[in-house]
Design a protein around this ligand. Structure first.
Ligand SMILES: Cc1cc2nc3c(=O)[nH]c(=O)nc-3n(C[C@H](O)[C@H](O)[C@H](O)COP(=O)(O)OP(=O)(O)OC[C@H]3O[C@@H](n4cnc5c(N)ncnc54)[C@H](O)[C@@H]3O)c2cc1C
Length: 414
């Protein structure tokens, strides 16, 4: 007799584990099937290790600029094994925390590859080949994605890597960057310790390694969907409606497996929408055009909602305001004056700035500052409403407040 659950989830990444935790918090009995480690791409091969390594780069930069703050630290050098150990420690700590949380919420986790067998049945095969059959009144498909490669650049364990191998590398690459655009690569010829990448037109470039960064493909093929009736599009994404229902009753799909923004927090949100749908709570569909986006470059980039152009294309007359970090006290204290905040609002009949449609930021720690811009856009708040609130001083986030305040027609500092 198969083990029976309210919900069986295949895939324990951000989409799957969010659905598991949220569903368990609502009192549902949950089975979570994971063939590797809970946490998925995000925790083990994505968001967390990538940002952890970027933080080492930030410390390196800070040390090299310490003298401008009157701190003599000498030129920084990297002890890469320590960097890697720290990254692994952070990832391991979060992984153990997540596993503990799932246990404490009484989520039943099954180690193995889950295949959807139709009619609420999921067959789990573990690494020794033993199978367990689970049945769920509801099934959530959350198997995520994997890096794409291109012909002639298959991962070879030596020169060609994707983000998976880069984040697991144990050697620090040599310095140097030469940007070429508008030209295709056709293949590469390995030498002894370097490889030669052929560019269209005959030129060849010698490199230490090749990182293929051409996007990710959904992992629908691991689910055995043939014959189950679940529709998959020509790119391999499982087809869903506004609340992540597939075309088969009682079966949902979320996260990178579906053609929505491939972001961990979108996976979390989709997991919660599905659980609320299962509970009959008629969840509000996710506004995919207003989700938060963050790029962890230096300076950082973050945005939510319309750009100036997309707002105009959508038929809005707009009022736009921009303020630069070089006028912000905290940014100068940090020595990070580059960047700006741009707010786009709908122009009312009186010509004044009304509803906030989009917030765009480039500058220091803007990924941490986007939150209130995201809330303003999604709460459909007006400039007057947001301008009435106080921003703490001195903070980087004052610049968002200042930008919105100026749109009322009366600003303070800018
Ligand atoms: C380098 C990198 C950096 C990133 N940085 C960010 C970031 O900063 N912010 C952000 O929001 N997003 C980021 N992402 C994207 C984010 O990692 C993904 O959007 C997110 O992990 C998707 O979650 P998911 O649950 O859909 O899939 P995944 O995280 O891929 O998890 C799917 C899980 O399903 C398991 N699985 C697959 N098939 C089966 C099967 N048949 N049976 C059992 N288990 C199975 C896999 O082992 C995996 O654990 C990054 C991605 C990469 C690659």
């Amino acid at each position: 007799m198969a083990d029976q659950f309210d919900v069986v989830i295949i895939g324990g990444g951000p989409g799957g584990y969010a659905a598991a935790l949220y569903g368990a918090a609502a009192g549902l009995s949950i089975a979570l099937v994971e063939r590797d480690k809970v946490g998925g791409t995000c925790l083990h091969r994505g968001c967390i290790p990538a940002k952890e390594l970027l933080e080492s780069a930030a410390v390196f930069r800070t040390v090299n600029h310490a003298a401008t703050f009157g701190v003599q630290a000498g030129p920084a050098t990297m002890d890469f094994p320590v960097t890697l150990a720290r990254k692994d420690q952070v990832v391991d700590g979060l992984w153990k925390g997540l596993a503990g949380l799932l246990k404490s919420r009484k989520v039943s986790t099954f180690a193995g590859t889950g295949v959807f067998a139709g009619n609420g049945r999921v067959v789990v095969t573990d690494d020794k080949g033993a199978t367990t059959e689970l049945t769920g009144a509801n099934v959530i498909l959350a198997t995520g994605s994997a890096p794409r490669t291109i012909p002639g650049f298959e991962v070879d364990g030596r020169f060609v890597q994707t983000s998976d191998e880069v984040l697991a590398t144990d050697t620090l690459p040599a310095w140097g960057m030469d940007v070429r655009t508008g030209v295709a690569v056709t293949g590469h010829t390995p030498g002894t310790s370097t490889t030669f990448v052929q560019l269209e037109g005959g030129e060849s470039v010698e490199v230490e390694r090749i990182i293929v960064s051409v996007g990710r493909r959904p992992l629908s093929e691991t689910l055995g969907l043939d014959g189950t009736g679940v529709e998959v599009d020509e790119r391999g994404f499982v087809k869903i409606d506004a609340t992540c229902r597939t075309n088969v009753g009682g079966v949902w799909a979320i996260g990178d497996l579906v053609a929505t923004p491939q972001l961990a927090h979108v996976g979390f949100a989709e997991g919660m929408v599905v659980i609320r749908d299962i509970l009959g709570e008629a969840p509000v569909p996710i506004a995919y055009d207003r989700v938060p986006w963050c790029i962890y470059s230096h300076p950082e980039v973050a945005f939510a909602g319309h750009s100036e152009q997309s707002a105009r294309d959508a038929g809005y007359e707009v009022v736009v305001s921009k303020h630069q970090y070089r006028g912000n006290g905290r940014a100068l204290i940090l020595g990070e004056p580059d960047g700006l905040v741009k707010v786009i609002a709908a122009k009312g009949a009186d010509g004044r700035a009304g509803q906030i449609l989009g917030v765009h930021m480039v500058g220091p720690w803007v990924t941490e500052q986007l939150g209130q811009g995201y809330l303003a856009v999604n709460w459909e708040a007006t400039v007057d409403e947001v301008a009435a609130f106080i921003q703490p001083h001195p903070t980087l986030s004052e610049l968002f407040g200042e930008t919105v305040l100026s749109m009322t027609g009366r600003g303070l500092h800018g």
